[in-house]
Design a protein around this ligand. Structure first.
Ligand code: PEP
Ligand code: MG
Length: 939
């Protein structure tokens, strides 16, 4: 019989930490903690397989499940010495979700399940604490009616009309009437009365009685957790995080322990190290006399765990270390046990019931990029993990976060702090404030940078949080929803800035006598928790010596070389500072855009509008010194590292001036009438320029264009050689589809090479002659092409375009819908389509190397800096990847991780040791400003 339910508790368990796929992260780790002898309330886990079956069978459970749940429940009863639904000695349980990967706050939880008219008197008799029992009951009604009776039933109330909000308002009303500050002030009679009113309200709003049977509540809770797997916010989160729908969630049913049984009870969450900066300090928050989600919900400002980690915001509050020293010591011992066992930072949840400590959860804690890096480096020093493990501990996307800007300390010094909060997500961000998640999404779509300001965030805000560059909340602690999510994404975030009062209805926030409205600018320092009015300048964060040290580790493991796509000497220098080992793509035409491009552009335009060879040659002669100068400067910066110079691949008609005065100037220079110029410009028009007169086709029709460029390359190289410098140019022909095209251009290259050698009196100039593989035909005929080409560089932008038949510039109209409908797993221009385009890449490499075993192969399409694509490039045996300068560190890390994974797969138990540094690698240097991400869109 299939096993759907796994028990845990009493120092033993049926599952283990390795069973995450089946038991979810929470279930697997609860089991593991039992094996470690850590006190865990007994319970059982319903597997993720049941979730999948449940959806497959039109929301019906497998038959055997009911019996297995009964048996597991009986075991819990035995261990805990209580019975579920028993009038005298009732057991209460919690019902929680638990997917393979944690999805904080995205799915549902119900606590205190089992409280009903039959069990309430027994609970009161047992605890001698009616106040506690009615408090637990009112919480059950609030959660259950919201989660099970409303959300899981598919009821979508109007904004602010949800049952939970309505019940919350009733609670507030009672508090206000009585003049109470906190929930804890309510008496037992008041709570009892409130519970009756709650149940009447539930009936009135939802049209159903609140269930008064323990078993009915239990199955309602289980069903609601499964239903929440397909709830709106869980689905949205999965899309963002790339979590497959098929994984499903497990359900954990666990005996309740109570943190709200008075002043010797408490509840808390903690991290075994600081998740924001990685400090090796036990770090967390707790609340006395509180239950379950109170700490994360951000309703009360939580207390610090210990004295060492107090912050400006919670300095006045008592720490657990001083309030309950014995329990704190026990918790500290568990912290060390867990870290030693898991060899990683853990995120834990605990409850103290009348002085007794219980662990409710442990999992690998989410952390910022800075924290990931610092922890990994510390743990190597502590000999807790190996260098290769350290390299695997930082996700390439987290490295991206480390390269993100921080608020310029100089600017910050002179700025007045508007408010202070908890530093929940690192780095700096400035933008316009918005007050709803929907506005954040809409404004971001218009290209605006927004800071999402909320009183507190809830899981419904997740898309807005994603769209914003920063998040600011007036309530909540370091473990509030906003903080957890932002930290997971490495997004700048400040929570609990109590001085701010947010009026989301009017879209204003008030702070220190000022009123800021929607659209006003603020700056956040998420590392310190400071909010400033207006826009402060940002600086690069790469000077961190630990980052440099970490990148040294990284380079010891990778096999793939990492080059950069750079078109100017400045970009090349910057990329070298990030560790680039060459230029994989120098797009010559980029010298006609941007800074200092006016003069060369004018000459290029003359060349384009020329009508015959002599006009064209004259224009090319004028262009020559500009091209040569740029290439020379770039070769010089790269100091002997390979520089792949791609010959012109310009969209000709786009370079024709649009403005009348410019057209007239050009006509004068060419000695023709403006009408004649218009006519010539018109003749350049192409219906489909992407497949038109571009790349090698230009060089074939106008060989003088190739000649000029090749001469510029060889002369630049020759002059540098004469100056005693090292150079390694690689001439790359674009948009090739046949060997014959490459041969045609090679004749020119050979001739000019001899001429330049003769001119400079050189016996040889080292260089390579190769091609881009960016047309499917070229990949398929790579065996022949490699007879001439000494290297291949995969232009996966065009290869994707031509392979899919998707115009690079027109995908906005349909690719998002393809991704939404799961016709494609991702935008193939962003993440390489390994199945199809990847197959072309593999075929090309295989056939090319059959002809030329030492053929050098790289990639220069945008995928060269995307981690999963880099892993693919490693797997198919490329020599290097090339990407934009500040993606270079990301590609280096992705390449190292690919190599480590490969070794692990081959010898899973063997320790992976860093390679001895043999061949020359460029060590990353300090500095270098970051700039907007992504490749340059050319057409
Ligand atoms: C490519 O096609 O992948 C490439 C690098 O060239 P471009 O983007 O300039 O067409
Ligand atoms: Mg291309």
């Amino acid at each position: 019989m299939a096993k759907y339910v796994y028990s845990f508790g009493g120092k033993t368990a049926e599952g283990r930490a390795d069973d995450k796929n089946l038991l979810g992260g929470k279930g697997a780790n609860l089991a593991e903690m039992c094996h470690l002898g850590i006190p865990v309330p007994a319970g059982f886990t319903i597997t993720t397989e049941v979730c999948t079956l449940y959806y497959k069978n039109h929301r019906r459970y497998p038959k055997e499940l009911y019996k297995q749940v009964d048996q597991a429940l009986a075991k819990v009863e035995k261990i805990m010495g209580m019975r579920f639904g028993d009038p005298q000695n009732p057991l209460l349980v919690s019902v929680r979700s638990g997917a393979r990967r944690s999805m904080p706050g995205m799915m549902e939880t119900v606590l205190n399940v089992g409280l009903c008219s039959k069990t309430i008197p027994g609970m009161i008799a047992k605890t001698q604490n009616p106040r506690f029992v009615y408090d637990a009951y009112r919480r059950l009604i609030m959660m259950y009616s919201d989660v099970v009776m409303e959300k899981a039933a598919g009821i979508e109330p109007e904004e602010g009309q949800g049952i939970r909000k309505q019940l919350d308002d009733m609670l507030h009303q009672v508090k206000e009437q009585r003049g109470y500050k906190s929930d804890a002030d309510l008496t037992s009679d008041e709570l009892k009365d409130l519970c009756d009113k709650f149940k009447a309200k539930v009936k009135e709003v939802l049209g159903r009685e609140f269930p008064d049977d323990a078993k009915e509540q239990l199955w309602g809770g289980i069903g609601a957790v499964f239903a929440s797997w397909n709830g709106k916010r869980a689905v949205a989160y999965r899309r963002i995080e790339g979590i497959p729908d098929e994984w499903g969630t497990a359900v954990n049913v666990q005996a309740m322990v109570f943190g709200n049984m008075g002043d010797t009870s408490a509840t808390g969450v903690a991290f075994t190290r600081n998740p924001a900066n990685g400090d090796n300090h036990f770090y967390g928050e707790w609340l006395v006399n509180a239950q379950g989600e109170d700490v994360v919900a951000g309703i009360r400002t939580p207390n610090p765990l210990n004295e060492a980690t107090k912050s400006e915001q919670n300095r006045h509050l008592p720490s657990l270390e001083t309030a309950m020293p014995q329990v704190y010591r026990e918790l500290e011992a568990i912290r060390l046990k867990l870290e030693r066992h898991y060899r990683d930072m853990q995120d834990i949840e605990f409850t103290i019931q009348e002085g007794r400590l219980w662990m409710l959860q442990c999992r690998v804690g989410k952390r910022t990029g800075t924290a990931a890096l610092n922890m990994a480096m510390d743990m190597v020093q502590e000999r807790l993990i190996t260098k290769s493990e350290a390299v695997m501990r930082v996700a390439p996307s987290q490295l991206d976060e480390l390269l993100h800007p921080i608020v310029d300390p100089a600017a910050e010094k002179n700025a007045v702090v508007l408010a202070k909060g908890l530093p929940a997500g690192p780095g700096g961000a400035s933008g316009q404030i918005v007050f709803t998640a929907n506005d954040a999404v809409a404004w971001a779509k218009e290209g605006k940078k927004v800071i999402l300001v909320r009183e507190e965030t809830n899981p419904e805000d997740v898309e807005g949080m994603r769209a914003a560059v920063g998040i600011l909340t007036s309530r909540g602690g370091m473990t509030s929803h906003a903080a957890l999510v932002a930290r997971g994404w490495g997004k700048c975030c400040i929570v609990g800035a109590g001085a701010i009062s947010v009026d989301a209805g009017r879209k204003v926030m008030k702070v220190g006598g000022r009123e800021l409205r929607e659209g006003d600018e603020v700056t956040l320092n998420g590392t310190k928790g400071y909010v400033y009015q207006g826009r402060l300048s940002m600086i690069d964060a790469t000077e961190n010596p630990r980052f440099l040290e970490f990148m040294k580790y990284v380079d010891q493991f990778r096999r793939l070389r990492v080059r950069t796509n750079a078109d100017t000497p400045e970009d090349a220098a910057k990329a070298r500072s990030f560790g680039a080992e060459g230029i994989g793509l120098f797009r010559t035409e980029h010298m006609f855009y941007g800074k200092n491009s006016e003069e060369p552009l004018f000459r290029l335009r003359k060349m384009i509008i020329s009508h015959n060879q002599s006009e064209r040659r004259a224009a090319l002669d004028e262009l020559f010194p500009y091209v040569k100068k740029d290439i020379k400067a770039t070769l010089e910066v790269m100091d002997g590292l390979p520089v792949t110079i791609r010959l012109l691949d310009p969209p000709l008609h786009e370079f024709v001036p649009k403005r009348q005065d410019e057209r007239e100037r050009l006509a004068r220079a060419l000695n023709i009438t403006p009408e004649e110029l218009n006519k010539r410009a018109e003749s350049l028009h192409e219906s489909n320029p992407m497949m038109g007169h571009r790349g090698v086709r230009l060089g074939i029709t106008y060989p003088e264009i190739t000649e000029m460029q090749v001469r510029a390359i060889f002369e630049a190289a020759a002059e540098l050689v004469k100056e005693g410098k090292r150079v390694l140019p690689e001439i790359m022909i674009p948009v090739v589809s046949t060997k014959a095209e490459l041969d045609d251009q090679k004749i020119l290259v050979d001739r000019i090479y001899s001429e330049v050698c003769a001119k400079y009196g050189l016996k040889k100039i080292d260089y390579l002659y190769g091609t881009m593989i960016e047309i499917p035909r070229a990949a398929l005929t790579a065996g022949k092409i490699a007879e001439t080409a000494e290297f291949f560089s995969y232009g996966t932008n065009d290869l994707t375009q031509m392979g899919f038949g998707f115009s690079r510039d027109d995908i906005g109209g349909f690719v998002p819908a393809y991704v939404e409908k799961k016709i494609l797993p991702a935008d193939p221009f962003n993440i390489l389509d390994q199945e199809g385009i990847g197959e072309l890449v593999e075929i090309g490499i295989r056939r090319g190397r059959t002809t030329r075993p030492k053929l050098k192969v790289g990639i220069c399409g945008e995928h060269g800096g995307e981690p999963s694509s880099v892993e693919f490039c490693h797997r198919v045996g490329m020599d290097y990847v090339s990407c934009s300068p500040f993606r270079v560190p990301i590609a280096r890390l992705a390449a190292a991780q690919a190599a480590i994974r490969e070794t692990e797969a081959k010898a899973p138990t063997k320790k992976i040791v860093a390679k001895k540094k043999s061949d020359k690698k460029v060590a990353p240097k300090k500095g270098g400003k970051t700039k907007a991400r992504g490749g340059k869109k050319r057409r």
